[in-house]
Design a protein around this ligand. Sequence first.
Ligand SMILES: [Zn+2]
Length: 47
Amino acid sequence: MSVHVHVRLNDGYAVTEDGQLLERSSCHCGASWETTYQVDEGEPESI
Ligand SMILES: [Zn+2]
């Protein structure tokens, strides 16, 4: 049987209350991820 390999499709970005950059992504199978990036220095690029 083939093994499903998740494909991360970008669902957009958001900023958490802590000022972290939150990246949402999901696979067509329904799985989803939320990855946060610590933004301590500088300002994130405007989205
Ligand atoms: Zn998947």
